[in-house]
Design a protein around this ligand. Structure first.
Ligand code: GRG
Ligand code: 1GP
Ligand code: MG
Length: 244
């Protein structure tokens, strides 16, 4: 079964959780351990990526360890076309819709498309929308961040992505954001589109994860928390709050 079909099937049973592992944040063995823990706690997929510092080498090694230690799909979350790994099960083939730079809207995709085809990586088409504060990814991506009090603008971007044929939309507040995407924005966007809605950035505890889920997120992404010591209990409570 394709990764996309697996995710769509699973979505019928409720919201999903994805664990984001940044290859630049720990060694491959630790990444494998995190993936194993996250799987045992019920995460639905492992995302692999970081906004800076991803190289062909750390990506390949991290992806291999993750594959060896998990029983869920691994999805590459690229920061550009410079690294691409056959050891991931799929790739978010994404465009940053609110970037001021054509690099992130289409040029990196043009640069990466031949390798995706050649490696036979499954593409998961996605429109990536950066919401304030946007953090590092907002800066690197030169995003015109969506103001937190403008859910209509977020929804217009999301609808435009859907109408262009994108099969998922990701609302991103930025890794480590002090606050996640506002709930009223999540629910407004969710009502405006019919493709799955992914939400991430600044979700650090079970209450926040539940709020994001209740607002209408189909997929809740957490990254930073697994980079901290003693992440197990936090990850467990977050996944529980999404699954109940
Ligand atoms: C489809 C292809 C080949 C490329 C598209 C590439 C695009 C559109 C990138 C957008 C700009 C960008 C830098 C995205 C990074 C996304 C990402 C992996 C973020 C999460 O990484 P974290 O590790 O949590 O971020 P920090 O490094 O900021 O902590
Ligand atoms: O690191 P955190 O804040 O969990 O954010 C995850 C993800 O949305 C970043 O792309
Ligand atoms: Mg991070």
């Amino acid at each position: 079964m394709s990764v996309e079909d697996y995710l769509l099937q699973k979505l019928k049973t409720g919201a999903l959780h994805m664990t984001l592992i940044d290859p630049a944040s720990q060694d491959p063995a630790q990444a494998g351990k995190i993936a194993r823990d996250a799987c045992s706690l019920g995460t639905d997929a492992i995302m692999i990526g970081g906004s800076t510092g991803v190289t062909q080498e750390n990506l390949d090694q991290t992806a291999l360890e993750i594959k060896d230690n998990s029983d869920v799909p691994s999805i590459y979350f690229p920061s550009g076309a410079e690294a691409m790994s056959p050891h991931c099960d799929a790739i978010y083939f994404m465009s940053m819709l609110n970037s001021r730079s054509l690099d992130w809207v289409i040029r990196e995709q043009v640069a990466g498309a031949p390798a995706v085809k050649k490696l036979g990586l499954e593409p998961l088409s996605m429109g990536y929308i950066i919401v304030a504060p946007g953090m590092k990814v907002g800066e690197v991506g030169q995003a015109d961040v969506i103001p937190r009090d403008d859910p209509k603008l977020a929804a217009s971007y999301a609808m435009a992505g859907e109408l262009l044929g994108m099969r998922s939309i990701y609302l991103e507040a930025g890794s480590g954001a002090p606050a996640h995407v506002p709930s009223d924005m999540i629910s407004y966007v969710k009502k405006s589109i019919s493709v799955p809605l992914i939400v991430g950035g600044g979700i650090r505890d079970a209450e926040a994860a539940k709020e994001v889920k209740d607002a209408g997120a189909d997929v809740i992404v957490t990254g930073t928390i697994i980079e901290e010591n003693g992440y197990l209990s936090k990850l467990e409570s977050i996944i529980k709050s999404i699954k109940t």
